[in-house]
Design a protein around this ligand. Structure first.
Ligand SMILES: [Zn+2]
Ligand SMILES: [Zn+2]
Length: 265
């Protein structure tokens, strides 16, 4: 499953580190995570993910009388739109709230997101299982229940098709995000990026550009412009701060001058 880890590429200027430890204290500084061997859980999750997807495909195929390719296309698109929304919410959540030393969530989720801000090229140094293992594990939490839905329900194949598409979108999220930072991608991937079928390079650079709190969606990026235009995440932050009294981004973005921002000088 694991491919040979390529040598670490040199970061390009547009991918300058965009955050440093919020309060500047060395004890919260996080060293970039280098290439690493995926854990047994990550490898097992990838294998179980593809096995569950194959099982779901077979189950849907046996029940497809009554809905054809138009439905498949519609649900596949809807699943990727939902995956894009989920990617934006999760990304925003771990960028905005919590600290690197928050129990359980800190080392598992918050640190990888914030290391990515310190070193955007880090994601390109990991192989397939290390990149996608966590997302495969999370997807299994919906894939397995979907497999167990009663085949006698008329709506079952539609729900299963939507969950299959959503799960594939969740799997694709880290891979598309990785490609958006990879200097050399295959011509096919480059074309898909240019057509905005997958997350585009320039499109995603908006997130890595001051003030660093836009374009959180990292599957296809289709929802970024509408959500930013609505002020969706700013409104959510305002609401959460009002209810909990906790300010957003106290441990990362926006509290230190960005290195690459000309207006900060
Ligand atoms: Zn981010
Ligand atoms: Zn990124």
């Amino acid at each position: 499953m694991e491919s040979t880890v390529p040598p670490a590429p040199t970061p390009v200027p547009s991918q300058e580190f965009h955050a440093v430890p919020a309060n500047g204290s060395p004890e919260v500084a996080v060293a970039p995570i280098g290439p690493r061997t995926p854990t047994l859980l990550e490898r097992g999750s990838v294998m179980a993910f593809f096995a569950a997807c194959a099982g779901l495909c077979w189950t849907i195929w046996r029940q497809t009388e009554g809905f054809g390719w138009l439905w498949v296309l519609l649900l596949a698109t809807l699943g990727f739109v939902l995956a894009d929304l989920v990617s934006g919410l999760v990304h925003w959540g771990f960028d905005t709230w919590g600290r690197r030393d928050t129990p359980i969530l800190g080392p598992t989720f918050i640190v990888p997101f914030r290391v990515h801000h310190d070193d955007p090229m880090d994601i390109t140094r990991h192989g397939f299982a290390a990149t996608n293992g966590h997302n495969c594990f999370v997807s299994l939490l919906v894939l397995v229940p979907a497999l167990l839905l009663p085949s006698t329900w008329a709506i079952t194949p539609l729900v299963q098709a939507l969950i299959l598409s959503l799960s594939l979108g969740v799997l694709a999220t880290n891979q598309f995000h990785k490609w958006s930072h990879t200097e050399q991608v295959s011509p096919l991937v480059a074309r898909l990026q240019a057509w905005h079928v997958v997350l585009g390079r320039e499109h995603h650079q908006v997130h890595h550009t001051f003030p660093y709190h836009r374009h959180y969606c990292i599957t296809t990026g289709w929802l970024n412009r509408p959500l930013d235009a609505m002020g969706f995440f700013r409104k959510l932050e305002w609401l959460i701060e009002r209810v909990t009294g906790v300010a957003p981004r106290t441990d990362d973005l926006g509290h230190t001058p960005p290195k690459a921002d000309p207006s900060a000088t």
